[in-house]
Design a protein around this ligand. Structure first.
Ligand SMILES: Cc1cc2nc3c(=O)[nH]c(=O)nc-3n(C[C@H](O)[C@H](O)[C@H](O)COP(=O)(O)OP(=O)(O)OC[C@H]3O[C@@H](n4cnc5c(N)ncnc54)[C@H](O)[C@@H]3O)c2cc1C
Length: 399
């Protein structure tokens, strides 16, 4: 570990961008060099999952970075997980293939029973168990999470689950899933955030026995699915945390998710800015490098400024999460600022490359498509603005 690793919060903000956890950054980049653009383009052509890439990250221990050491992980802070994802994206690769294993860990470690942790964490840490799937969003209720309709009704030692989820990513490449269900009907609770519960579902035992997974074709390489639940039995011992408090537990997972995927956007922004800057210096048109024209130079310079500012917010959010402080505001601001920084950097990179931007072999259009999705999932920009408007600034709520 580097000397900088003990720093947090304000101190961490003094560390130059891209320099904390240097050994981790270098090791991740070394792996990513084995998975160049051609690998990702081929996956898009064949529709296959990035299983070699994910297996190599697992073997190197990066996907168990946040699992406590006593269960076989590295016990690193959230920021280290973020750094891993940032380097994956800055190298032109994609963390969407496997990031859920990191962001769901915070909830399982904080709210799982000792028995659950002993049952699952060592297997997840060794790579024997894949924990990559998070089922929250539903087709009819979307962002209005507390209205979700998937019901779990207690029957002896089991819950019986009925309903439907959409956009459950990686379900076909995961052994375990975190599932948010309603255990008490919404008309029987005081607040609609009550009565929801989190279940840990074993996908291997559920497929064909009440769980059906149907892949959705999308514009990005993001193995995502509709999942149907019909009388699926989930043992009560798989309840994570307290029955009825699932919304509160899931928010913890969502904050870590927002912070971690913000690191991915920071990595995307870096990739676009580096690529655009190099091309702007090298491409000569009308007898001068195109980067000498301010119409090309300024959008890249602006993207750099936005990336640096987003980076500071992401570090603040990581430090507050790690300290166990409320960090909803910072996690949401990180998500919005980093996804916009990546999108604007992507636009600058596209425009700088002219026609070559749309040639697949440059990888810009692939990264550009992926950067666009980051402004919708896991949370769309409007919902972040609504949270800031009413939750932080106290203005009237729109919903
Ligand atoms: C590639 C991909 C992967 C995903 N993976 C997962 C996953 O693994 N697990 C999971 O559970 N979900 C996943 N999602 C779902 C994702 O979290 C949702 O798509 C996202 O939260 C937005 O919800 P929605 O699509 O239902 O949009 P809607 O809720 O229908 O909203 C549509 C638009 O209306 C806006 N809007 C809605 N209400 C308001 C309001 N009150 N004020 C202003 N604007 C409003 C929204 O901001 C949005 O722009 C994934 C989505 C995608 C695209």
């Amino acid at each position: 570990m580097d000397d900088l690793d003990h720093l947090a919060g304000d101190d961490l903000a003094m560390v130059p961008v891209g320099q904390d956890f240097p050994e981790i950054r270098e090791a991740v980049r070394a792996i990513c060099r084995n998975y160049p653009g051609a690998y990702w383009r081929n996956l898009e052509d064949t529709g296959e999952y990035a299983k070699d890439f994910v297996a190599e990250l697992t073997r190197a221990g990066f996907l168990s970075a946040l699992i406590p050491e006593e269960f076989g992980g590295s016990g690193l802070p959230l920021r280290a997980g973020g750094v891993i994802l940032e380097e994956i994206h800055a190298s032109g690769c994609s963390g969407a293939t496997c990031h859920a294993q990191m962001y769901m860990m915070a909830m399982l470690v904080r709210y799982g029973t000792d028995e659950q942790k002993a049952r699952y964490l060592p297997g997840i840490a060794s790579g024997e168990l894949r924990y990559q799937s998070f089922g929250v969003t539903e087709p009819t209720t979307g962002s209005d999470t507390t209205q979700l309709k998937t019901r779990a009704v207690r029957d002896g030692d089991d819950y019986v689950v009925n309903g439907q989820k959409i956009w459950t990513s990686r379900a076909l490449h995961s052994d375990l899933m975190t599932l948010l269900v309603r255990t008490t009907p919404v008309d029987q609770v005081k607040k609609r955030t009550e009565g929801l519960s989190v279940l840990l579902v074993d996908i291997r035992e559920s497929l064909g026995k009440g769980m059906t997974i149907r892949p959705i074709e999308t514009m990005v390489k993001h193995q995502t699915n509709e999942v149907f639940y019909e009388n699926l039995r989930v043992p009560v011992k798989n309840l994570i945390g307290k029955e009825g408090s699932g919304f509160r537990h899931i928010l913890e997972g969502m904050n870590s998710e927002r912070i971690l995927v913000s690191h991915e956007s920071l990595g995307d922004a870096r990739w676009f800015i580096e690529k655009a800057t190099a091309y702007a210096k090298e491409r000569v048109v009308f007898g001068r490098p195109i980067g000498q024209n301010q119409g090309i130079q300024f959008p890249i310079a602006r993207a750099y400024a936005e990336w640096r500012a987003a980076d500071l917010m992401v570090r603040t959010a990581s430090a507050k999460f790690q300290a166990g402080l409320p960090c909803g505001e910072e996690a949401n601001l990180s998500r919005m600022l980093s996804s916009e920084a990546a999108w604007n950097a992507g636009e600058a990179c596209m425009q700088t490359h002219g026609g070559f931007a749309v040639a697949r072999e440059y990888d810009i259009e692939r990264k550009w498509r992926a950067a666009r999705v980051q402004r919708i999932a896991p949370i769309s920009t409007n919902l972040i603005l609504a949270y800031i408007g009413h939750g932080v600034l106290g203005m009237p709520k729109s919903y």
